[in-house]
Design a binder for this molecule. Structure first.
Ligand SMILES: NC(=O)c1ccc[n+]([C@@H]2O[C@H](COP(=O)([O-])OP(=O)(O)OC[C@H]3O[C@@H](n4cnc5c(N)ncnc54)[C@H](O)[C@@H]3O)[C@@H](O)[C@H]2O)c1
Length: 435
């Protein structure tokens, strides 16, 4: 891509996620937040105040339901950072690219195969980047797994497992008055879950596995089957929590609690992806890979590989050896920026690592780690898993969004940051709390 030394960012959607992005983007060298956009002016004003408290230049304000269009048209931004609700991800990204802006889109960036193609074709035609902000690809253990997979310490990868198991019942049902910090404005996520089946939030688990396996870079997703349990958790939660006259108590939710999807790749690997946000369970993304020489799993982190071919792995490495593996094979990005990223916050640091990395790539004209073809392949599972579930788990083909290029595309870049090109030592967390 073309080098963009100074990156002017407009953020759309300043709720939970957009507000968190405002703790990270302004501190990245060469990145300026020059536009703030939300339907609600008070959220725009709150983020404007954050800039002022930190002595940063004011951003242009855009508020109102269609204000994102004006922001995309404005020539004071280069990138639209899209943290709006799901239904706006594609229209906003297309609007950004059509107006000559790169589009960075929160997860999942799209939900239908048609929209995935729309993003691919718009990106190709306009020459603008369209990247999904899949932060889990930058988790410490995910990047460690990528390092270990690249060094082939687990042998050839055979199977991967990823998931999003996260009790989101209260988030889905809360009003801002019931919990100012944990809610989805206007119940946008609950309404989506009430209308859909399948895995509507698959990329946290799937994205990292695809990177380990070189999906779209030597392999590709070929077909899937998807099966889900009935709906129990959401409806029971709402019936018990709300009085019968509250609409939430009787809302019918289409989404089954536990969705399990199996994907086969063109090179013969298998991937299991799960989603459950409707039951009480500890947070888990599984992050498990099995190779011809060993296995790595997370939650908690465990690893083991054969010290000699055919010797077997009867137990995971003990704690001391696992810790030594974690230290020795720590990904260069985490070694460079892990401590800083944890200090800044955002999903234990992975959010800042992700933002540092795309900014670094843009500033230096390097390909992004996740491009529009990755976005499309991963996000197409929204519609394909729903179709499979509704058809009694019938197989669904995953389109080849690279149109055959997956066989010859270069492997993912090394993913480090050259300190001569981006000075991480100058970065300090923002200060000052809102009054
Ligand atoms: N990557 C992650 O770890 C992660 C975590 C949480 C949420 N997310 C994603 O971030 C996105 C936002 O989630 P959230 O939790 O911040 O939701 P939220 O409801 O807190 O925020 C959404 C914001 O978008 C604003 N909005 C609505 N319509 C708009 C419009 N037309 N123009 C501009 N702004 C508009 C709302 O007013 C609200 O402030 C979702 O896509 C979600 O999946 C990702």
């Amino acid at each position: 891509m073309k080098r963009l030394e100074r990156i002017r960012v407009g953020i759309a959607g300043l709720g939970c996620r957009g507000g968190m992005a405002m703790d990270r983007l302004p501190i990245i060298p060469g990145v300026e937040v020059t536009a703030l956009c939300d339907t609600r002016q008070e959220l725009v004003a709150a983020q404007q105040a954050k800039l002022a408290r930190n002595g940063l230049a004011p951003a242009r304000e855009f508020s109102g339901p269609d204000a994102y269009r004006q922001m995309c048209e404005w020539d004071g931004i280069d990138v639209v950072y899209n943290c709006a609700p799901w239904s706006l991800h594609v229209p906003l990204a297309v609007c950004a690219m059509e107006n000559g802006k790169h589009a960075l889109v929160e997860v999942p960036a799209a939900f239908t195969v048609e929209d995935c193609w729309l993003l691919v074709e718009t990106s190709e035609r306009t020459g603008m980047q369209c990247m999904q902000l899949e932060n889990c690809c930058y988790g410490e253990i995910e990047l460690l797994t990528l390092s270990i997979a690249r060094k082939e310490l687990l042998g050839r990868l055979v199977h991967g497992e990823g998931a999003y198991l996260h009790d989101l019942r209260s988030y889905n049902y809360n009003t801002p008055e019931e919990d100012p910090s944990w809610h989805y404005r206007d119940f946008w996520r609950l309404k989506w879950n009430a209308a859909h089946k399948g895995n509507q939030y698959c990329t946290h688990g799937l994205g990292p596995i695809c990177q380990y396996m070189g999906v779209n870079r030597g392999d590709r997703l070929d077909y899937l089957v998807s099966l889900e349990s009935g709906q129990f958790g959401f409806e029971e939660y709402a019936r018990e929590k709300y009085p019968p006259e509250d609409w939430r108590a009787s809302l019918k939710v289409e989404m089954g609690d536990m969705n399990t999807t199996l994907v086969k790749t063109a090179r013969g690997r298998s991937i299991l992806i799960q989603h459950d946000v409707a039951n009480p369970m500890p947070y888990d993304r599984l992050n498990t890979v099995v190779g011809t020489r060993g296995i790595l799993a997370d939650y908690p982190f465990r690893v083991g590989w054969e010290d000699a071919p055919g010797k077997g792995v009867h137990r995971f490495f003990d704690d001391a050896r696992a810790a030594a593996v974690r230290e020795e094979h720590m990904h260069p990005l985490w070694r460079q920026a892990g401590k800083l990223a944890q200090e800044v916050g955002g999903h234990d640091g992975m959010d800042l690592i992700m933002d540092l990395r795309w900014a670094y790539c843009m500033q230096n004209g390097l390909p992004l780690d996740q491009d529009v073809y990755d976005l499309a392949a991963w996000c197409s599972l929204g519609e394909l898993t729903e179709r499979s579930v509704r058809e009694g788990s019938m197989p669904q083909k995953v389109p080849d969004f690279t149109r055959g290029a997956w066989e010859r595309r270069e492997p993912l870049g090394v993913e480090s940051i050259d300190p001569a090109l981006m000075d991480l030592s100058a970065i300090r967390p923002l200060g000052g709390k809102a009054q």
